[in-house]
Design a binder for this molecule. Structure first.
Ligand code: FES
Length: 218
């Protein structure tokens, strides 16, 4: 059965904006979709004084929905401060396109997740991330929670902190050990491993972390 795309999706798929790579980018990220295995890369040029995204490009190895969403999401982020760009969620991009077929929502989740990862890469490289900043040695549950805001539930497209999926965080600063308890709620169980891996990856990126334990329950 052929999928119905809006005129705008087709327009952005056939004539994508901001496609390509930025040479000497200030930050970049490549992420994959747990739902289909496709990948997308996002590159950023950021004004170091104002933290405004001055240029942004993407490369997609995904489908028409992904190319269209990545394209529109880069347009939405261009000219915005990092803090504002962080608030762009996949459903806002999908709405801008006039909607996507429900089986294709994960494609826009992938685009939003990659934009978020590129912003995080910039923050980490430039000492803007709360944890891991130059001179920052304290490993606290607050820092872990902040970091977990970068983990997007691929089934819903919203970060797991906002979805109240993080039930508990235990930090042993001296040992560099972190325990995170996640509750799946209504999330499809097929995403369990992906969420677990993402949580581990994000927490491990924090300064001083040596061991991460993630438990996931229903
Ligand atoms: Fe993989 Fe759309 S099906 S990104």
């Amino acid at each position: 059965m052929a999928l119905k795309y809006t005129k705008k999706v087709l327009e952005y798929f056939l004539h994508p904006k901001n496609m390509g790579e930025i040479e000497g980018a200030d930050a970049e990220a490549t992420e994959g979709s747990p739902a289909c295995g496709d990948m997308v890369s996002v590159y950023l040029k950021v004004n170091p004084k104002t933290h405004v995204i001055e240029d942004i490009k993407f490369k997609s190895y995904g489908c028409a929905s992904n190319i269209a969403t990545a394209s529109i999401i880069t347009e939405m982020a261009k000219g915005k401060k990092l803090e504002e760009a962080k608030k762009i969620e996949w459903n806002a991009a999908a709405d801008e396109l006039g909607g996507l077929p429900s089986v294709k929502m994960h494609c826009s989740v992938l685009a939003a997740k990659t934009l978020m990862a590129a912003i995080r890469d910039y923050e980490q490289k430039h000492g803007l991330a709360k944890a891991g900043a130059e001179g920052e040695t304290e490993l606290t549950s607050e820092n872990v929670m902040n970091e977990l805001m970068g983990v997007i539930n691929p089934d819903i497209g919203i970060n797991i902190v906002r979805l109240k999926m993080v039930k508990n965080v235990e930090v042993d600063g001296k040992a560099g050990a972190v325990k995170v308890e996640i509750s799946l709620g209504n999330t499809d169980e097929m995403f369990t491993e992906n969420i677990k891996e993402e949580v581990e990856e994000h927490v491990k990126a924090l300064k001083g972390v040596k061991k991460v334990e993630v438990s996931v329950s229903k």
